[in-house]
Ligand binder design. Structure first.
Ligand code: SAM
Length: 304
């Protein structure tokens, strides 16, 4: 660490000083995209051979159920996007339509892209349930979507907690190219959940390997990648509380198992963890976990 007035005599500080003295920019000094790829590769070792599509197909129904319970947070997120009635919106990694459905009520058209058939099946059901006819679904990985062939540019591009792409720089460059007015990306700030018990569960069950969120989703990586691309984005950090309700401990155990792939031999540990974590009220059990979420957005040009 370099203190004020002290010589910067660590090898790393010499490199920084050399760069600055030589008039070189720090941009590109750390390759954030490669760093993120390395983090992702490490994280994937714990997932076996299951693909990301298969994982989301399996979790679709549970995800749909739990996100319906968080509609206040969804409303707040939707209210923070600039959406004009005659605009088109592209939702990348739209999932079950948590955002696509309320957005479709405010704009002309929505295109929902997702790799997972299971998630899109829920989205189609949700659209039908609301009587909406202005949402088009495209089942594809974002990496495989061809601009000008599969989709045309949209006024607004949104990607919410859906940055499951290995090459994030390429993925956001495509989002930028697909947007005529604005790009909004929602992702985690810091840890996925600020909750000691959640962490304790992961450490105990998975030898310290955090299986959700962690660094790979942290907005700092994305922000630095964007900066190196010459996109100086706006960032807003918000506190979020994830509230989930369950009728019984059995229901909670079943739903947590499904979302987190808890193996049979760990179910009793999970039950014990949840019984400590849940709060009981007149309607059953409630779990509350704190998180921080980042909204990163940029206009395509001044005034848009
Ligand atoms: C956590 S869910 C979020 C869904 C929705 N955006 C929301 O905020 O509720 C992540 C979704 O992103 C999708 N996804 C992740 N990586 C993707 C990719 N490379 N291409 C297409 N979809 C992707 C997953 O299939 C999943 O449906």
């Amino acid at each position: 660490m370099i203190r004020d007035g002290a010589d910067g005599d660590s090898p790393r500080s010499h490199i920084y000083i050399f760069y600055i003295m030589e008039g070189k920019e720090l941009t590109g000094f750390i390759n954030w995209n490669e760093l993120r790829k390395a983090i992702i590769s490490e994280g994937r070792k714990g997932r076996g051979r299951e693909s990301s599509e298969e994982m989301w197909d399996k979790r679709a129904k549970e995800f749909n159920k739990s996100t319906r319970e968080k509609s206040d947070r969804t409303e707040e997120q939707v209210a923070s996007f600039r959406l004009d009635p005659d605009w088109s919106v592209l939702d990348v990694g739209a999932g079950t339509g948590r955002l696509s459905v309320p957005i479709a009520k405010r704009v002309r058209t929505v295109t929902a892209v997702d790799q997972s058939r299971g998630m899109l099946d829920c989205l189609r059901e949700n659209i039908a349930g609301e009587g909406l006819a202005n949402v088009t679904c495209l089942q594809k990985r974002w990496e495989e979507v061809q601009l000008g062939v599969d989709i045309e540019p949209h006024d607004v591009v949104i990607a919410s907690h859906s940055l499951g792409m290995f090459d994030l720089q390429e993925a956001v460059a495509k989002m930028d190219a697909a947007a005529k007015r604005r790009v909004y990306i929602l992702t985690a700030a810091g840890k996925w959940f600020f909750d000691d018990l959640e962490e304790e569960l992961w450490e105990r069950e998975f030898d310290g390997h955090t299986r959700r969120g962690g660094w790979r989703s942290d907005y700092m990586l994305l922000y630095n990648i964007l900066h190196d691309m010459g996109i100086y984005a706006n960032v807003e950090i918000r506190d979020a509380e994830h509230v989930q309700r369950y009728e019984s401990l059995d229901e909670a155990v079943g739903r947590w198992r499904e979302m987190r792939d808890i193996p049979e031999e760990k179910v009793e540990d999970l039950r014990e963890y949840l019984s400590k974590k849940m709060i009981e009220d007149e309607n059953g059990l409630v779990s509350k976990r704190r998180a921080k979420s980042a909204m990163i957005w940029w206009p395509k040009d001044e005034g848009s």
